[in-house]
Design a protein around this ligand. Sequence first.
Ligand code: 7RM
Length: 633
Amino acid sequence: MGSKITSFEEYKAVYNSSIADRELYWAEQAESFDWHKKWDTIHSGSFEEGNVKWYEGGKLNITENCLDRHLDENGDKVAFHFEANDPDEGPRSLTYRELHEEVCKFANVLESKGVEKGDRVAIYMAMTPEIAIATLACARIGAVHSIVFAGFSAQSLADRIQDCDAKMLITNDGLQRGTKLVPLKDISDEAVEHCPTIENVIVCKRTENDIDWEDGRDEWWHDLMEDASSEHEAVEMDAEDPLFILYTSGSTGAPKGQLHTCGGYMVYVSSTLENVFQVDQDDVYWCTADAGWITGHSYIIYGPLLNGLTGVIFESTPMYPDPGRLWQVVDKYDVTHFYTSPTAIRALMKEDIEYVQQHDLSSIEVLGTVGEPINEEAWHWYHDKIGNGKCPIVDTWWQTETGGMMISPMAGITPTKPGYATLPLPGIEPALMDDSTKEEIKGNGVQGDLVIKQPWPGMTRGVWGDEERYMSTYFEKYPGYYFTGDGCKRDEDGYYRITGRVDDVLNVSGHRLGTAEIENAIDEHNKVVEAAIVGYPHDVKGEGIYAFMTCDDSIENPESFKKEIHDLVSKIISPIAKPDKIQIVEGLPKTRSGKIMRRILRQIAAGEGDDLGDTSTLVDPSVVDEIRAGKAY
Ligand code: 7RM
């Protein structure tokens, strides 16, 4: 660990000097890691050129910093407790030494299968320690991992594998989440049929699910591990060599593969975790995300291991076998630092308070949230009922693209306000922009588009295979700035409050989904002419999905039609993208240039259709009355 900030005064001083001399700050943060060779340049490149680099010339392997470095003093410390879906499944924990051994063995397996530095490996797995082992083994040999959330469909998995030309897929036979079995191997088989680059599929056994097998291509994890050596010399990487690709939805087209590199990502996730959560060596840190999202990459796998902490890998859901599961697990492992989503909090606060009271939560010191704005009611419930009124809440704002937390309180140091991500972390300089003048909005008590003014080590280095998209998405709207896609307020105290996306990206239960992706899926239905997706306020999910669509046939049975739409979206994207409501309309509100005016649809979906403002730019303003009078299913 580096040197921690310990007071608000110190935060302000460190922050100011970090902005005055960013390179010095980030050089200091990088000092405490094991480098084979220190960097030649701390930082180069710019947003304008889209060529940002950090610690270039530095040589390292991130897994040596996650694992080897801790063995002498902390080899017997638990790296991960594993909490299986079934609460009665026998206990399983891995010490740092054991995790190191497994990662080395699997790294040897990967190399024996011909995976080399720079090759892409797709990971589509259950939340067991093996997903971390597979991920770290890739990093150890310099292969670029691309984890695909195990809730995505065969088609989504295939799209991602094809986009990055992965040569191997690592999966499970199946996974059990709550009462639901997800046949991961069947889904993988369907995907791989369309992925000629895949040479091997490694299958880790987790269920009793019957699966098909293709000799020569498929191999069992346990067979390969049996004879693998537990000695493995980590491959030396340049700080700017790729570490992983993670796909995330944008406002247009297919999800984009965000590329993160070794050195900057390592320094960034490690130092942000330490500062924000204020962790100590004997803490037990639990982030309930899935490793398939950036939160899992940064703050389940890499961040906690870099800090030498004891973490928890949780396979189940907050509702299984009952809504007390999270609290039972906190109690079981004496969790000190607990990090979850506002959606989980909103869902659990609707349940009987007995589910909380049955468990001893006194071990908790710090609570965190991530992924979406948290409403005040949920914030207070979390603070009072889970934190017993005494634990700071860190509301952490960040993105897949940022690699790690950007705007967040530091636990116990930054005075918090419900609903506010509060202040930027050291080295991070946010600004608010005026959408019409493209100028920076100065002062306090203002609102605008959130941008970041200077590069930071954890930021995305590119969109895999699409430099044009990287530039146009992040660096074109406000030249010289990184554009986040979020709207934001800065209050009288200079505190930041994220108001939500300002582009066509939805945030449903903390999952990022592009309206265009869902529309394209729905358009595949043979009766649908055109679909328009908007978000609307949803009391648990934060945002719900509302689908307006025109159809070329009359729909006799809207309920069964809705089911067809659900099946289609589940098949093409994932069940998480199913519309909550569908409404069949005669026409969509379009401008003369053919653009759908989503603002109008958003207002109608939110039940605010009475005052729609100026609709005179519509080709046919009468469609609005028809839509307002219509009915959603
Ligand atoms: C970490 C993650 C990113 C988007 C981002 C925001 C929203 C994330 C907060 C938040 C309000 C927060 N990565 N978001 N954190 N909104 N308060 N603390 O979620 O790439 O999947 O999503 O999530 O809109 O742009 S992500």
